[in-house]
Each structure stands twice: as structure tokens, then as C-alpha cells.
Ligand binder design. Structure first.
Ligand SMILES: *[C@@H]1O[C@H](CO)[C@@H](O)[C@H](O)[C@H]1NC(C)=O
Ligand SMILES: *[C@@H]1O[C@H](CO)[C@@H](O)[C@H](O)[C@H]1NC(C)=O
Ligand SMILES: *[C@@H]1O[C@H](CO)[C@@H](O)[C@H](O)[C@H]1NC(C)=O
Length: 362
């Protein structure tokens, strides 16, 4: 069973009681379960698929109903889940925690269920990915229920006209909100710290994605003269959004729960810190250093990881191997070499054997 303990020992007795009761009420909600549908190789086109996923607790809260009502979106949700896993691993390839544990979904470990900084990142990315995928699919014209996004209200800034087909941010991110926040919207139940934290991080991910839109343009006119230029708003690649979120991950704020009357609020754990903003990530559980394997805290350890012996960054062996040292292997690689250009029009290369050094953590 995956119970996340968010009740602190230093709370008042009354608070602990309320906290434990609410803990029992929501103990079946586990973060990010829906990502598991990205691992399925299947067509998602029957209501029975939604029911089945709900019974397996992959769809939680209202997600089962959303699935039935928006069947057209389900293949996109599957794509968004896959994109989340792949992008997270690309973004964190250079760090001790490299997001490989996301592959265990729906049996995630403590690192992605206990309310850590890492979970905050993945939640925000997943929510951004759903919005991103749907907003783009709308503008590609592949959906019946939506089309191009709105033309921006502000007049064009430069010599162009608004035109083309903008990504449908409103539609995409509205659905992302309903879908991703749904497990954390439990009516008639005491709000849990977890629920508030997850909704906050989901929202931060969507906000960062929405504000990262860029203006793309196309030229028209005689032989590409660009007499007429039309532009529209488009989302950047998900990997770029993920890089923005990684910066937020570094400066995420640890929070604790506090009652203000009947409402729970999450405030910075360090009272010296100012309140976090809407675009900031928050977490409730400190992360381990991920140096050694420890299933209890969701750490796989870095033994055997590749690293760079001459770099001082997170990918450097000093940091990656946590001071345990590393092995240096010399491995053989094939490389294209002696390339020659033949007129017209191809390049021919030879394959050369080269020796490269590779460092691996003890
Ligand atoms: C929630 O609680 C209110 C009053 O306490 C009640 O009227 C309502 O039916 C409840 N809703 C659900 C979904 O249980
Ligand atoms: C990520 O880290 C895990 C655990 O240290 C390791 O097994 C895996 O090979 C790493 N993945 C990549 C792509 O380096
Ligand atoms: C290792 O790090 C150094 C210094 O940052 C860099 O110049 C070098 O290209 C890196 N090597 C590899 C294989 O990435």
C-alpha cells in the first residue's frame, strides 16, 4: 500500500487527529497513476477501456468520467504520458536522480509519491504535457471537438498580421486542469496537504507552459519576398518547457501546512522565506541525496552510472559518484572518418576504430 505520511510530529494533538483522519480518507489516491496508461499498447476507443482503467485505479477521481466524455482525447493522453516520461528522463539525464523510476508507474516509489521536489517536477511536467499535447492537436485539425486557438487580443507588434492557426491553449489547458487535478479534488473531504500541493504544482506547470508560447510566422508574396507575413502563437517543444521547469525544481520551496480557521494553507517551512509564487514548485518531503540504493526513500543509487571525470557539474564524477570513486574504461567505438565529397551529390565516409575513455561510478 502507498500511504504518504504528511502529518508532522510537531503538530498540535488536535491537528494530528484531523490529519490522520484525512489521511485514511485519501489513502487510496496515489500521485500520477494515470501516467501508467502511456505504457499500454492499445487503441483507446471504447467506454469499457475507461471503466477498466478506473477499476485498476489508473484513472482516479473524476478521470473515469472525463475519459468516457472525451474519448477523442484519450490517445492524446496516452501520448502525453509517454512524452512526460521521455522528457523527464532527458531533462534529468545529467543528475543522480535521473527520472528512471518513473518507469515503475503504477507502482511508483517514495521519490514520486511522498511529496518530494522530484514529484513536484513530474506533476508540473505531466500537467503541462497534457495541455501541450491537446492544444497542438487542436491546431493540427485532427480533433472534432476543437480547432485553432484565438487570435491574440493585442495588435501585432511589427509588420505582420495575425493569421495561421494558433495552438488552442484555452482548450488544451482547460482539459489538462480537469484531468490532472481531478484525483486531488475530493468533494466533502478535508483538504489534505498532498492535494493542495499537487494542485499547486500542476497549475504551476500549466502556467509555465502557457507563458512559454512563441510567435511563429510564415511569409507570403511573390517568390518568397515576404510582402505579407502572418504570425500565430505556438507552444515550444515540451523539452523546452521542461527545461524551464527544471529551473523551478532547483529553487522549489519546502512548505508545511497550517490551519487558518477551517482552511489549510501551505506556507514556507523556513519562516525567513517569502511566500512562493504561482509559478513556483513546492514540496513537503525532503529528498535523499540519491547516492546509495535505498528502496525506503525511493533511491536507486548511482553505482554504474556514466559520468564525466573532468567536469565539476552534476554530471561530473565527483558529484555523480558521491565521492565513492569511479572506474575508467577504454572502449572501442566506430566513427565516420575520411569523408570525401563526390560531385554531385554524395559524401562517402570510412568507418574508423577509435578508443574513448568512459568513467563509471563505483
Ligand atoms: C456534500 O455535502 C453537502 C452538505 O454537507 C451535501 O448536501 C452534498 O450532497 C454532499 N455532496 C456529495 C457529493 O457527497
Ligand atoms: C538512471 O539511473 C539509474 C539508477 O542509477 C540507472 O540504472 C540508469 O541506467 C540511469 N539511466 C541512464 C539513461 O543513465
Ligand atoms: C567533460 O567535461 C569537460 C569539462 O566540462 C568537457 O570539456 C568535456 O567535453 C566533457 N566530456 C564529455 C565526454 O562530455
Amino acid at each position: 500500500m502507498n500511504i504518504v505520511l504528511t502529518c508532522n510530529r510537531d503538530m498540535q494533538t488536535r491537528v494530528i487527529k484531523i490529519c490522520l483522519v484525512s489521511l485514511l480518507l485519501i489513502s487510496h489516491v496515489v500521485a500520477l497513476q494515470w501516467l501508467a496508461i502511456g505504457k499500454r499498447q492499445m487503441m483507446w476507443n471504447k467506454k469499457a477501456h475507461c471503466t477498466h482503467a478506473r477499476r485498476q485505479k489508473l484513472l482516479q477521481g473524476n478521470q473515469g468520467r472525463l475519459c468516457k466524455r472525451n474519448m477523442e482525447f484519450m490517445p492524446l493522453i496516452i501520448n502525453a504520458a509517454r512524452a512526460t516520461m521521455k522528457t523527464c528522463q532527458e531533462t534529468f539525464a545529467d543528475r543522480r536522480w535521473n527520472c528512471s523510476s518513473i518507469d515503475f508507474v503504477p507502482n511508483l516509489m517514495h521519490d514520486l509519491t511522498a511529496g518530494t521536489r522530484e514529484q513536484a517536477f513530474v506533476s508540473s511536467l505531466a500537467s503541462a504535457a497534457v495541455g501541450h499535447t491537446i492544444a497542438r492537436a487542436c491546431s493540427m485539425g485532427s480533433l472534432l471537438s476543437c480547432g485553432c486557438g484565438r487570435v491574440p487580443r493585442e495588435p501585432p507588434n511589427g509588420a505582420f498580421k495575425w493569421g495561421g492557426c494558433a495552438d488552442n491553449l484555452r482548450h488544451g489547458f482547460k482539459f489538462a486542469r480537469s484531468f490532472c487535478d481531478s484525483p486531488w479534488r475530493q468533494k466533502n473531504r478535508t483538504e489534505t496537504t498532498e492535494a493542495i500541493m499537487n494542485r499547486h504544482n500542476n497549475k504551476a506547470g500549466r502556467r509555465i507552459a502557457r507563458t512559454s508560447v512563441i510567435t511563429q510566422c510564415k511569409c507570403h508574396g511573390v517568390s518568397g519576398s515576404c510582402n505579407i507575413k502572418t504570425c500565430w502563437r505556438a507552444l515550444p517543444k515540451l523539452l523546452e518547457v521542461s527545461e524551464f521547469l527544471k529551473r523551478k525544481y532547483y529553487i522549489a520551496t519546502e512548505v508545511v501546512s497550517q490551519w487558518r480557521g477551517k482552511r489549510r494553507k501551505l506556507i514556507p517551512a523556513n519562516s525567513q522565506m517569502g511566500m512562493y509564487g504561482k509559478n513556483d514548485l513546492i514540496f513537503i518531503t525532503k529528498s535523499p541525496d540519491y547516492c546509495l540504493p535505498n528502496p525506503k526513500v525511493g533511491s536507486l543509487g548511482t553505482r554504474g552510472r556514466l559520468c564525466n571525470g573532468s567536469s565539476s557539474g552534476t554530471y561530473g564524477c565527483d558529484s555523480m559518484c558521491c565521492g565513492r570513486g569511479f572506474t575508467i574504461e577504454t572502449i572501442e567505438k566506430l566513427e565516420r572518418c575520411h569523408c570525401k565529397y563526390y560531385w554531385c551529390c554524395y559524401v562517402k565516409c570510412k568507418a574508423c576504430r577509435i578508443w574513448v575513455q568512459q568513467q563509471k561510478c563505483y
